[in-house]
Design a protein around this ligand. Structure first.
Ligand code: SF4
Ligand code: SF4
Length: 105
């Protein structure tokens, strides 16, 4: 599947005030340990932001509303509750967590 990648995410990063440098290794803002947020499918309804109990998801809203989509702001806070996955009307968020099998001793 084609996945879009958004440099505007970093330009809009007012909360962390990061300096944009597209030549440096860029941290990903589309996944946590449990979910993947496909911004190319996002219609910016912001429902996932409202239902997430842990403040994981934030907004990209730049160029006077022309470029808008959800993104992962605080991946480490995701507990894998799936509320965002179930709520998204566009299937933009998928649950990716695969529990590892415990090895027999
Ligand atoms: S799985 Fe739960 S905690 Fe993680 S981003 Fe979605 S709603 Fe938030
Ligand atoms: S619920 Fe889905 S379509 Fe709405 S903002 Fe979140 S990812 Fe985008």
């Amino acid at each position: 599947m084609m996945r879009s990648y958004c440099y505007a995410t970093y330009i809009n990063d007012d909360r962390r005030n990061k300096i944009v440098n597209i030549h440096s290794p860029i941290p990903r803002h589309d996944k946590t340990n449990f979910i993947l947020l496909q911004s190319n499918l996002c219609k910016a309804c912001w429902t996932c932001i409202e239902v997430c109990p842990n403040g994981v998801i934030g907004k990209v809203d730049v160029l006077f509303g022309w470029h808008r989509h959800a993104r992962i702001d605080f991946a480490e806070q995701c507990k894998g509750c799936k509320k965002c996955v179930i709520t998204c009307p566009n299937q933009a968020i998928i649950y990716t967590y695969v529990p590892t099998k415990k090895q027999p001793e």
